[in-house]
Design a protein around this ligand. Sequence first.
Ligand code: FPP
Length: 243
Amino acid sequence: MSPIDKVSNLKIPQHVAIIMDGNGRWAIGRGLPRLAGHRAGTENLRRIITASVEFGIRHLTIYAFSTENWGRPREEVDGLMRILEDVIDRELAELNKEGVRLRHIGRLERLDPKIQEKVLEAIDLTKNNDRLNLHVAFNYGGRDEIVCAIQKILRDAVSPEAVTAELVSKYLFTAGIPDPDLIIRTSGELRISNFLIWQAAYSEWYITPTYWPDFDKGEYLKALEAFNKRDRRYGGLSENAKE
Ligand code: FPP
């Protein structure tokens, strides 16, 4: 059965979020510099975006650069910035044609102004697309997002009684985006790493030992199949247990 035949029998999550981990180890294992791993990871991301469009996923969030990644060696940080720029330069027209709407979560202001401008142009160019919303978490941290939200709530002089979970969600970078149904983490690490810490409250996790550059369409399909076997109870009881 082809991946697309298989997928037609599956319930497709509305929102998939991915921690694309293992690029460094993938490269080192091949005697290559870490940046070669990030380049290979970027090529893989391109394939996974196309697969997401094919599978009918509405929202895909990718963790591309965390607020903690600034602590990596200068060469690696600069390399990741260049990759962001290159992706926009080389892929934007094709992504636009595929119906991908590009969005950013995190703080743009620490990035080079030229890169900020490119990101904003890409967001503007694709703003009417509606096949796949691609949320790029770049200079993103879950704690930073919550701190920013609290600051905005206080600045808006919201009364304490009006602060509800719904209200907080509206102040996050992800306002208006449904919470992720499925979070995939590659390379086998068992931690959240400051990714969507508010939004992941009831997400299903799929963790695979595969390094990100090797996480192909077949692996993606396996993650969707595993998601289909989950019984999502949101702290309640499953239908069978209620009888
Ligand atoms: C984690 O692997 C990966 C990252 C910190 C960067 C992920 C970025 C990409 C795949 C590029 C996609 C890019 C954009 C800008 C859209 P790691 O380096 O922590 O791997 P390791 O744990 O094996 O060292």
